[in-house]
Design a protein around this ligand. Structure first.
Ligand SMILES: Cc1ncc(COP(=O)(O)O)c(C=O)c1O
Length: 436
């Protein structure tokens, strides 16, 4: 019986260019809960209606049909399109189920052995730290964590220097978030990748928050691996992610040889022998993306939804989106600093290179409340339940502190506007005053 390949694209080729659309018009594209303010894209974004429609159409197209859910190459068209949006090629991009899955497959697929060391930070997501700890327990590697500085005046050079000091003779891997989730620090990614390259190290970036936030050329960043979430700033369906795996050597960006990677979970890995040797040049020798993408039946509708979300962002213009999200967050950052003081900020502010659309701060008058998880939690819950404003709280190590700190964090994205940011800050000011 012949099976029909699943149509990847149900796209209308006449999809409107949104480059000239106003932010009010763009906001209308997103499914936002009425009478509420969504300032938590750092946790999950809002989906455009078109993404929902795509998922529905694709689900209906294959449900109960004679479609081939195990095609020889998976998501080839989506991967090619998405790769283009991020300055890379189809063989370097994998559609995963989330950032955690992608990073777990990389960390467990690296060729690490007893005595090898990984340098990372205490500000990583548990998805990164738990996987490195698993490899530590399983293979006897060492995981060295540094605690990032936090606060308004942190500078990029401080961060790079901390990493440099931590690198030792057994270090094999440098792992860090592109943007940290606890303090919203935009890490100096390129500088850290250059540092890693000078020491011959593999770079693993937790890029959960990067796609849809930054107009980024993944190859130019110079990393080996970037694992991303599809449902946060990229506004794709929950349960989607993107994984970039460097698959060619472009000396301008990263002259190091491609690191060995065992493609964990693969139905494409050969039954006999091994895949061809990896490329030493700018021309791929083998499609590593296919090994990782072919991993049993896939969430086809969700993959299509993610591709649609990427396409919509391309139509709006990624640079434009990046500027908008940062500008809205900066507006909130200024207001927060005005009302709560710069000393209340955990997110960087003075060094513009480190600013992201995520802003974390301490809302209460008494500094010791930074250790009071109950109070910070109550603050966030009351914002949501009494005011329908959705932010979140975070917890993280602070150098010299005997206990983790807890912060309130808001995140701005393209579908927010100035009025929402102002209303949210004014509400936080009033609530903090009442609770202080
Ligand atoms: C920096 C960072 N890494 C990883 C994750 C986990 O993302 P996912 O749910 O896509 O696995 C998050 C989630 O908020 C995050 O902010």
């Amino acid at each position: 019986m012949t099976q029909t390949a699943i149509p990847e694209t149900l796209a209308d080729s006449a999809a409107p260019d949104l480059r000239d659309a106003s932010w009010d018009q763009i906001r209308e594209l997103f499914m936002l809960t009425p009478n509420s303010i969504h300032l938590n894209t750092g946790t999950i974004g809002a989906m455009p209606y078109e993404v929902l429609d795509t998922m529905d159409q694709v689900t209906r197209a294959w449900t109960g049909g004679l479609m081939d859910v195990y095609p020889p190459g998976m998501y080839t068209e989506h991967r090619a399109n998405i790769a283009r949006s991020y300055g890379v090629d189809q063989d370097e991009i994998v559609i995963t189920h989330n950032a955690t899955e992608g990073v777990a497959r990389i960390i467990n697929g690296l060729d690490l052995h007893e005595g090898d060391e990984v340098v990372t930070t205490t500000h990583e997501c548990y998805s990164v730290l738990s996987n490195f700890n698993l490899v530590r327990n399983r293979h006897g590697i060492t995981v060295k964590t540094i605690t990032l500085p936090s606060g308004y005046d942190v500078r990029a050079e401080e961060i790079v220097e901390l990493f440099e000091q931590a690198i030792g003779p057994r270090t094999k891997v440098l792992a860090f978030a592109g943007v940290t989730l606890f303090t919203g620090t935009m890490m100096p990614i390129r500088a850290l990748c250059e540092l890693a390259q000078r020491h011959g190290l593999i770079t693993v970036i937790d890029g959960a928050l990067l796609p849809g936030m930054l107009d980024c050329d993944m190859r130019a960043l110079g990393a080996d691996f970037i694992s991303c979430s599809g449902s946060k700033f990229q506004c794709g369906p929950l349960g989607t992610g993107l994984l970039y795996v460097r698959n060619k050597v472009v000396p301008e960006y990263n002259p190091l040889p491609l690191p060995t990677l065992w493609p964990i979970i693969s139905t494409w890995y050969p039954m006999q022998g091994s895949p061809p040797p990896r490329s030493h040049t700018a021309i791929e020798s083998d499609n590593i993306g296919d090994y990782l993408q072919s991993a049993g039946s896939a969430s086809i509708a969700r993959g299509a939804g993610l591709a649609k979300a990427c396409e919509i962002f391309d139509r709006i213009g990624r640079k434009r989106i990046e500027r908008r999200a940062i500008e809205l967050a900066d507006h909130g950052r200024r207001l927060i600093a005005e009302h709560f003081g710069e000393q209340a900020m955990y997110s960087p502010g003075a060094d513009t290179r480190l600013r992201s659309p995520l802003v974390a701060f301490h809302p209460f008058r008494d500094k010791r409340d930074a250790w009071n998880v109950k109070k910070v939690h109550e603050f966030v819950m009351r914002m949501e339940q009494e005011h329908r404003i959705w932010i979140r709280w975070t917890e993280f190590d602070v150098p010299g502190s005997p206990h983790q700190h807890y912060a309130a964090r808001f995140t701005a994205h393209l579908f927010n506007n100035h009025e929402e940011v102002e209303r949210a800050v004014a509400t936080m000011v009033r609530l903090a005053e009442e609770m202080s």
